[in-house]
Design a binder for this molecule. Structure first.
Ligand SMILES: *Cc1c(COP(=O)(O)O)cnc(C)c1O
Length: 211
């Protein structure tokens, strides 16, 4: 592919989306590819947040959640962790009419804890439709606890949520910058409104597809 780098990359990421769609048995139309899942977090901020609205996340948090919240001039609703894990009940109780985005790091970086399928199922019953939930699963491939949830089922059900995964950790491609989000196609379309054309490079797309 090195001989082809004078050509712009596919702005629709068709080959990688097809491969991921088959790998996870999801609709490729619901897949967004970013320059790392970090870029998708920023796209979600641009697409969904207006100044003064609220973003909920657990503390300690992965750095991108507060960065995007500040960038969009939104209110930080920080929920202290309990026994190093997300306090899912407190996060649900913090939702207001102004809450737009909720980050659930699962596993949580930096604490390494998980939220269980049972907790997430209860939580999704509490979340109203005006909120988008970002399940940040950058370390998904390392989890062997059977209590870990399959969050793709919420995207398949058309819920307002995105499951974020990456080639940076388990696949060892952090330097190439490529991650992805899996969502309902309508949710994915809204996120793509904030995406630059040609955001992911040609060699990176090919490496991700091979991985
Ligand atoms: C590493 C990481 C990311 C972002 O990874 P990218 O390299 O941007 O794909 C997102 N969330 C968490 C919790 C991470 O640890």
């Amino acid at each position: 592919v090195l001989a082809d780098v004078y050509i712009y990359p596919d702005p629709t990421w068709a080959a990688l989306r097809k491969a991921l769609g088959e790998f996870y048995d999801v609709d490729p139309e619901g897949i967004i590819v970013g320059r790392g899942s970090d870029e998708i977090i920023h796209m979600m901020g641009l697409s969904f947040l207006n100044p003064g609205e609220e973003v909920i996340y657990s503390l300690p948090a992965f750095a991108l959640y507060p960065l995007t919240t500040t960038l969009m001039d939104c209110v930080h609703r920080q929920i202290p962790s309990r026994d190093h894990a997300h306090d899912i009940q407190a996060i649900a109780e913090a939702i207001t009419d102004k809450t737009k985005l909720i980050f659930i790091g699962n596993p949580c970086n930096p604490t390494g804890t998980i939220s269980t399928a049972e907790e997430i199922a209860w939580f999704m019953d509490q979340v109203p439709d005006h909120c988008v939930v970002a399940f940040d699963e950058a370390y998904y491939e390392y989890v062997d606890d059977p209590a870990y949830p399959d969050t793709l089922r919420y995207a398949r059900d058309g819920r307002h949520c995105v499951t974020l995964r990456t080639f940076s950790k388990a696949y060892g491609l952090a330097g190439l910058r490529v991650g992805y989000g899996i969502a309902d196609p309508e949710v994915a379309k809204a996120i793509r409104l904030s995406c630059e054309p040609f955001n992911v490079g040609l060699l990176t797309l090919v490496a991700a597809e091979a991985a």
